[in-house]
Design a protein around this ligand. Structure first.
Ligand code: SF4
Length: 419
């Protein structure tokens, strides 16, 4: 039997990236930062601190009781409920999901269940916001633990992006060039707040996912001379570089530095201006890990997520979104050896699904996305019990104006087609 990530961490905390992970989630929810795990060292921007404490009665329940409550509530709520589980979610929670996928696949999957009054999103905050933007007016979206944020999404807050935008508009002006292309367009990765998606909607910009980032950048360059890309510097750099844009024209800006941390000449020459965000889970992968995997297994294939640093993406055999990684494994042959650079829960699930292949995570240390990890079965049981009792707990509700503008940017993405 394959041990779940949680079992492995609890059984041998010293083999995980932070021994604190072995504690109950309510213990690290009380901490001011993101909690132990891959993002424990990220600065937590103060405005995004979110409460995540579970009522004491649920903290004291045994695993058996929690799971019995979840099963019973699910059966009672029937079609009125849909549970979405992100690829990176722990197995103890994913087992109850009606759909498993990446954030955008899940938001779309919920659209196929209009009869569901409640969409319980077992992912992180920005994912629940996106689901709420796309959901029907009669549907409500619930995030079982409000402390489940995304450290990368929180690295770009609306005020900071507005400040950078104003500085850049002052430099570039607002006049289109001879081909009618505006001087600058904002492009946000799906992993961002609804407020930033709305910012893109208002400024002629667009949203991208890790699977369509190149198509979206092509769409943007047909309409703009430059792109301000946030929050993930790595996805922006990897995508732009693969499109043939030289690194000198993909500078990273820092809103906290004078002149955004770049010379005026660099800013004027830029094609893609990168925000300084990153994913703590994916930045752990290194070229040395790839070399080690290849030294250990001759013929080993390596696939990594484009949120990994560029040298890692360059050294791998392939790079792609969570769904592309799943497809890559699906297309492999029995006996193949595949090393994967993405979140451990997805890697372990693929390894369990394809026992006739050797599939392992490039990082030898067990290091889950610590914010996603905050959705423990205890929180799921608590929100589902609430629904059975007619009480909506932890609803994520995006302001109407924000949702309208964000939807514009999302719809532009849906309309953008590869050349
Ligand atoms: S894996 Fe990284 S980008 Fe994804 S939710 Fe976790 S911290 Fe955010």
């Amino acid at each position: 039997m394959t041990l779940s990530v949680t079992d492995r961490i609890e059984g041998s905390p010293s083999q995980s990236c932070d021994v604190e992970l072995a504690k109950g989630p309510w213990e690290f929810d009380a901490m001011p930062g993101y909690g132990p795990g891959a993002s424990s060292s990220d600065a937590n921007p103060l405005p995004v601190v979110r409460p995540g404490q579970l009522p004491a009665a649920y903290q004291r329940m045994s695993d058996e009781e929690l799971h019995a409550r979840i099963r019973s509530a699910k059966a009672t709520l029937g079609d009125k409920l849909v549970i979405l589980g992100h690829f990176y979610q722990r197995d103890e929670v994913v087992q109850y999901a009606d759909f498993v996928g990446d954030s955008f696949q899940l938001a779309n999957a919920a659209l196929t269940r209009p009869e569901a009054e409640s969409i319980v999103f077992c992912g992180v905050h920005f994912m629940a916001e996106t689901a709420d933007i796309l959901a029907g007016t009669e549907q409500r979206v619930i995030l079982p633990n409000l402390a489940a944020g995304c450290s990368m999404a929180d690295m770009a807050d609306e005020d900071a992006v507005e400040t950078a935008w104003e500085e850049l508009v002052e430099l570039y002006g607002t006049e289109p060039d001879a081909e009618g292309r505006m001087p600058l367009m904002p492009v946000t990765y799906m992993n961002s707040s609804a407020a930033l998606k709305a910012f893109c909607g208002r400024h002629g910009g667009i949203v991208c996912t890790s699977s369509n980032a190149a198509t979206v950048l092509e769409w943007a360059f047909e309409r703009a001379q430059r792109v301000l890309f946030f929050p993930d510097q790595h996805l922006g750099r990897n995508t732009a570089s693969a499109m043939g844009i030289p690194l000198e024209q993909i500078p990273m800006i820092n809103v906290h530095k004078p002149g955004l941390g770049q010379t005026e000449e660099t800013l004027r020459d830029a094609k893609v201006l990168l925000w300084h965000g990153f994913c703590s889970v994916h930045k752990r992968f290194t070229v040395e890990q790839i070399e080690q995997a290849r030294a250990q297994y001759e013929g080993c294939k390596v696939i990594v997520h484009p949120e990994c640093p560029k040298p890692v993406v360059d050294a791998a055999d392939a790079a792609g979104s969570t769904d592309a990684i799943r497809t890559f494994v699906e297309a492999s042959e029995p006996g193949d050896v595949i090393a994967i650079g993405t979140e451990i829960n997805l890697v372990n699930r693929l390894a369990a699904q394809y026992p006739d292949r050797t599939i392992f995570c490039l990082d030898p240390v067990v290091c889950p996305c610590s914010t996603m990890y905050r959705i423990h079965p205890g929180y799921l049981a608590w929100v589902l019990d609430g629904l059975v009792d007619g009480e909506v707990r932890n609803q994520i509700s995006v302001d109407e104006d924000v949702a309208r503008d964000a939807k514009v940017a999302l719809e532009r993405m849906l309309a953008a087609k590869p050349r």
